[in-house]
Design a protein around this ligand. Structure first.
Ligand SMILES: [Zn+2]
Length: 249
């Protein structure tokens, strides 16, 4: 059976509020180049078109519920020392050049994007914020009335914290959904598993796993999901991914 996102609608913000709070977080991130050296879209158009084309293929999966409602976009942060990726509500995905360099092929990047997409689409990030703030504070932040809270939210999204990090069940759900999206593309879904194997061998991935907690059952669950969905392989696009890596600043 395919995984479905669970949510308690009675206490949930609207999808529009997710986009609003995401936009506020994104505005604060892009206004802080000293901490987040986001590659300019105009100067690095090819990098954005390459990554967003992969995201677009994933968004066409029937498993994605909020493809239309959210404002999907990628920001690439130029810091090769950071092997990590994080998201903000409403469709914002942040990839460090360090994690892009660490991956071996385009199918692994599709796997990484699929996992991030699932956190947003299942609104794990929204639920995480609601564990930290009550609904009225969430609404005030979305409405721009609580600027001071943005810094601590961004710190938590980027680095993880005791309350601002995904639960293990969020991680398993994001993996199951990611596998489902990948099966709706031509990519090799098994590369999602190899993406994790690759990250686990990197020496400086503490930041990624601080946000996305790892547990020992992860690979087995992913392999079970892959087998359940038909255990197929597909395209890896290794050569053109190597060209893409060479184009990174
Ligand atoms: Zn995660």
């Amino acid at each position: 059976m395919l995984a479905s996102c669970s949510e308690d609608k009675s206490v949930f913000p609207t999808l529009t509020q997710d986009v609003c709070i995401g936009w506020r977080i994104d505005s604060a991130i892009t206004a802080n180049p000293a901490q987040f050296n986001v590659l300019e879209r105009s100067k690095y158009a090819a990098i954005y078109s390459y990554t967003e084309e992969i995201l677009q293929q994933l968004l066409e999966s029937d498993g994605v519920r909020n493809a239309e409602a959210f404002s999907w976009q990628i920001r690439v942060i130029n810091d090769k020392s950071v092997i990590s990726a994080f998201v903000a509500p409403g469709g914002y995905i942040y990839l460090y050049t360090g994690i892009l360099m660490a991956l071996d092929n385009e199918a692994q990047l599709a796997g990484l994007l699929a996992h991030q997409l699932a956190h947003i689409d299942c609104r794990h990030i929204t639920k995480m914020l609601l564990r930290h703030y009550d609904l009225s504070t969430f609404e005030s932040i979305a409405a721009g009335l609580e600027q001071a809270e943005l810094d601590s939210i961004i710190h938590g999204l980027v680095n993880g914290s005791s309350t601002l990090k995904y639960s293990c069940s969020n991680e398993h759900e994001a993996d199951s959904k990611a596998m489902e999206y990948l099966f709706d593309t031509g990519y090799d879904p098994y590369e999602l598993i190899n993406m994790y194997r690759k990250l686990l061998t990197c020496s400086v991935v503490a930041q990624f796993f601080a946000i996305h907690p790892w547990d020992d059952g992860r690979i087995e669950n992913l392999e079970a999901a892959w087998k359940n969905l038909g255990a197929r392989h597909g395209e890896k696009y290794t050569e053109r991914y190597l060209d893409f890596k060479k184009s990174l600043p």
